[in-house]
Design a protein around this ligand. Structure first.
Ligand code: SF4
Ligand code: SF4
Length: 449
């Protein structure tokens, strides 16, 4: 990964040589002020419903965590410069100014208390997409030098090493060798012309190495042709989390470069919600190009294999299982039925949380919150909503399909001394595979997943 080098100072407020300044931040906010943002600000009726949807507000009761309030600097700039009334007020010296101090005060509101879960956007009666605006507001925060240290460090590592946690290929290579020796199967690397390029997240590689073994077994069982790439194995995009289009584009371009070089038809995002929306929905806009391949979340691929009869399972889990839907997968991408169809294959006693799918509650760790040490207390506060949901249905284990959510569930449940293990859905499926005499044949034409 040598095409770009970023230093922490490049994103720090005390680095005037880089040009990061209030004026640059305001200019970035102006550039983000598109027609939807203008109409969202002008149509807000101040009803406060967005607050009732936000786990950070609901669990703290602090009005400063009201979603629309998190956007106040951007709203002031919009009013001052994009409305007649605002321009008049500013011309006679009455307009409120956006200052460095204000941006410093809002930094924890835009980063520490927002997991970009999008639940506020679902409930606003006038259709304001608050999460879309928060994503845009973060561009101004980065450009003005007001973003959290943890996210700056993750962005620097992602650009410089290819992983937000600083992992290099040799770490993954060790894991590959473990998987090969324990499964007796090959983990393909840099294979040309296969159907799928598989991406991983660093959190998965470090915390949940069982995922790689699970997909190795499932793909061998179903006769799927796939590969990892030494040039690009990371799926997450720190640029999108921190709010930097430039960093986002560098990271997306790496995936595109690896996929093109290997000539794959499809790219699979791992058990990570953020990575999926980053590469599938934001990616083409970030690089201003359509992809020459399709992008799927691993759960979508498994569901297609199930529907084609290429996953044969035996036995079912008998304990009471419930499921946490990652926000990026369910609410933002509409992947809801797929994971439940897969659960039907292997679970005897599955119970959904009362609010699930589109209106499920966030675990509290997404949107860069988990990379931001300063947000630790708020992250656990936001988790209380998920805890209450879990208590309602009393599962013996929780299932999810995002490494960040899984880590947050494990940490949160431990914090509240709830003895409920958490497992990834891909591993559960792998545990129930029938040993085939012959691997299932892949369909002759292009794989539909
Ligand atoms: S996106 Fe989620 S966390 Fe962020 S303000 Fe909206 S409801 Fe709160
Ligand atoms: S729910 Fe919508 S209209 Fe109501 S305060 Fe929030 S942004 Fe404004």
């Amino acid at each position: 990964m040598t095409e770009a080098v970023l230093t922490p100072g490049a994103l720090a407020p005390e680095a005037p040589a880089t040009g990061f300044s209030l004026e640059r931040g305001l200019q970035a906010l102006r550039e983000e002020m598109d027609a939807p943002v203008a109409s969202f600000f002008s149509s807000c009726v101040h009803c406060g419903m967005c607050a009732t949807a936000c786990p950070f507000y609901v669990e703290t009761g602090d009005p400063k965590y009201t979603p629309i309030h998190k956007l106040e600097p951007m709203r002031i700039l919009w009013e001052n410069e994009f409305t007649l009334w605002g321009r008049l007020k500013t011309s006679v010296g009455l307009g409120r100014k956006v200052t460095d101090e204000m941006l410093e005060e809002w930094e924890p509101l835009l980063y520490d208390s927002c997991s970009m879960c999008g639940r506020c956007s679902m409930v606003c009666p006038v259709g304001n997409d608050l999460q879309y605006m928060i994503r845009k507001a973060r561009e101004g925060m980065v450009a003005s030098g007001h973003s959290p240290e943890g996210l700056i460090a993750a962005s620097v590592r992602a650009v410089n090493t290819g992983s937000p946690m600083g992992l290099k290929w040799k770490t993954l290579d060790v894991q590959i060798k473990h998987v090969e020796s324990s499964s007796g199967l090959e983990v393909p690397v840099d294979k040309q012309g296969v159907d799928y390029l598989v991406l991983l997240s660093s959190m998965e590689i470090i915390n949940f190495p069982e995922y790689l073994e699970a997909i190795t077994k499932i793909f061998a069982h179903a006769g799927v042709s796939w590969t990892l790439s030494q040039k690009c194995f990371e799926a997450t995009n720190a640029g999108i989390q921190i709010g930097s289009k430039d960093i986002a584009a560098v990271l997306v371009q790496r995936v595109v470069g690896a996929a093109k070089e290997l000539g794959v038809k499809n790219v699979i995002s791992p058990e990570c919600g953020h990575a999926y929306t980053a590469i599938r929905w934001e990616g083409p806009n970030a690089i201003r190009q359509a992809y020459p391949f399709k992008v799927f979340h691993i759960i979508e691929v498994l569901e297609t294999l199930r529907a084609e009869g290429r996953i044969k399972t035996e036995g079912k889990e008998t304990d009471r299982l419930s499921m946490h839907d990652p926000c990026n997968l369910a609410r933002k991408s509409g992947v809801i039925r797929q994971q439940r169809n897969l659960m039907d294959l292997i679970a005897e006693d599955f119970v959904d949380l009362k609010e699930h799918g589109k209106l499920q509650w966030c675990c509290g760790a997404g949107g860069g919150v988990s990379s931001n040490e300063r947000a630790e207390e708020l992250k656990i506060a936001a988790f209380k909503k998920k805890k209450a949901q879990i208590e309602e249905v009393e599962p013996e284990r929780m299932v999810t399909m995002c490494a960040t959510c899984r880590t947050q569930l494990e940490e949160g449940l431990e914090e509240f001394t709830m003895d409920i293990p958490v497992v990834g859905l891909t591993e559960l499926i792998a545990d129930h595979l029938v040993e085939p005499d012959e691997p299932a044949a892949a369909p002759a034409e292009e794989t539909k997943a």
